[in-house]
Write a protein that binds this ligand. Structure first.
Ligand SMILES: Nc1ncnc2c1ncn2[C@@H]1O[C@H](COP(=O)(O)OP(=O)(O)O)[C@@H](O)[C@H]1O
Ligand SMILES: [Mg+2]
Length: 436
């Protein structure tokens, strides 16, 4: 036995070292085999304490049947008194079995009487600290229950590479916090608002879109109000590029013209939208990307008022009617609020896709994410400057996600634009083919 002890210790040490080395080598397998079982034990054993610490318990009145020693008689016999007693007990909500997910685990909690999901959303951060995890997200699919989605580490600190999706008007631009792909799909959400402070990753996201759309049979139109410094490298693949407001006003007017012509074509064919037209007459979809939207609304003096009004109206018309006629908007800016002008609030209302990068002031996040879950606003304000490209994405199902775009190197973008230059329909073709 004595001889076996060092051997057993050595085996234990080797196992521990092996488990330790496994983790960085292949985290997913380590997580399912080692990390997750220990986590389940830890969570179940500590849940009561955690629930008390995070104020998720309730005090309940219970009747207890108690036996109280009364007195010891001189004969040494203990006399007892039996009685019902009202006592207050602390009850923790019932916790289901945690299930593993790619980046953590999820668990169902059965609400106590009087609790609502918001109570948990409010304490999500407390829970995250108590469990020492990256984040806890609260959702409620059924009355009386909440689901806690726990991510152990932030998957968005890692950089991804571009992954081109083959479907028309769908681009994988990055990764969601859940580990799923972040897909911008213009067919389901036609118009997008993309907001963030400078250096937060707005232009990078627009670049990722251009790289993803470049191999597809779509026309790309750029409005680069930064004088063209962002989109000029993509010029070979762009059907048109406006680099100042004057050019933008003209280009927008042309786009509205294209839209009007497509309306006539659709009406003549009794089609409600271009997708119902016969294949040979179906016009090519157009994605218009605007960088630094606020510049379109900026007025130095009164003389520019008409121009701004025309620009604003044209954008709004495209946002209202573009979807049916295959014209989609992706609007990037630092602020997209009513302070820019009267048309902006209406424009924003038409954009059902919302992306909020790191912002400097809480109002910008509120403006972009609107009346979503307040937790989305908190998450948007918590985006760190060290992780450019991280954003809160609001999707059509009313949910929201933290996500990070892929980093698009200038070289990759240049290459994509040049390699697919032959796919760019000329602007003249676009404006005249609709008329034909
Ligand atoms: N998804 C990302 N991952 C890593 N770095 C990024 C990402 N997006 C942007 N960056 C970095 O942040 C910098 C600023 O991004 P940019 O898109 O130009 O910001 P904005 O247009 O909001 O001013 C870029 O130079 C890039 O290095
Ligand atoms: Mg930019």
């Amino acid at each position: 036995m004595r001889d076996l002890l060092p051997l057993m210790l050595a085996v234990l040490a080797a196992t521990a070292a092996g488990l330790w080395a496994w983790r960085p080598l292949h985290y997913p397998s380590w997580w399912y085999v080692v990390g997750y079982p220990f986590t389940v034990l830890y969570v179940l054993l500590t849940w009561r304490q955690v629930a008390i610490g995070c104020a998720l318990t309730k005090k309940k009145q219970r009747f207890w049947f108690t036996i109280v020693p009364n007195l010891v008689t001189s004969t040494g016999i203990v006399r007892v008194r039996r009685r019902f007693q009202r006592v207050e007990v602390t009850t923790a909500p019932w916790l289901g079995l945690p299930r593993p997910t790619r980046y953590g685990w999820r668990v169902t909690v059965y609400l106590l009487d009087g609790q609502i999901p918001a109570d948990y959303a409010q304490h999500a951060e407390h829970l995250a600290h108590a469990w020492r995890v990256h984040a806890v997200r609260v959702t409620s699919a059924r009355p009386g229950r909440v689901r806690l989605d726990v991510t152990m580490r932030d998957p968005l600190t890692r950089l991804d590479t571009v992954d081109a999706s083959a479907e028309l008007l769908k681009v994988t631009v990055g990764r969601l916090e859940t580990g799923a792909r972040w897909v911008v799909d213009f067919r389901t959400i036609p118009h997008w608002i993309n907001v963030g402070a400078t250096q937060s990753g707005k232009s990078n996201l627009a670049n990722a879109l251009i790289v993803g759309l470049a191999p597809q049979p779509v026309a790309l139109v750029g409005f680069d109000l930064k004088g063209g410094v962002e989109f000029t490298p993509y010029l070979p693949r762009l059907s048109a590029l406006a680099t100042c407001r004057k050019e933008s006003t003209q280009l927008l007017a042309d786009l509205v013209g294209v839209m009007a012509q497509r309306m006539i074509v659709c009406r003549a064919a009794s089609a409600r939208n271009i997708w119902q037209l016969p294949a040979h007459t179906m016009p090519v979809p157009i994605v218009a990307l605007v960088d630094e939207l606020a510049e379109l609304y900026l007025m130095a003096d009164k003389s520019e008022k008409d121009e701004v009004a025309r620009t604003s109206t044209a954008l709004l018309r495209i946002a209202q009617l573009g979807r049916a006629f295959g014209i989609y908007l992706f609007l990037s800016g630092q602020r997209i609020g009513s302070d820019l002008g009267p048309g902006v609030t209406a424009l924003r209302a038409q954009c059902s896709g919302r992306i909020c990068h790191r912002v400097n002031d809480p109002e910008t996040a509120t403006m972009t994410l609107g009346d979503l879950d307040p937790a989305a606003l908190i998450a948007a304000r918590a985006i760190a400057a060290e992780t450019p490209g991280v954003a809160i994405v609001a999707t059509q199902d009313g949910g929201w996600y933290r996500a990070r775009s892929v980093l698009v190197s200038e070289h990759a973008a240049d290459q994509a634009a040049h390699a697919h230059a032959h796919l760019a329909p000329s602007w003249d073709d676009l404006t005249s083919s609709a008329a034909a």
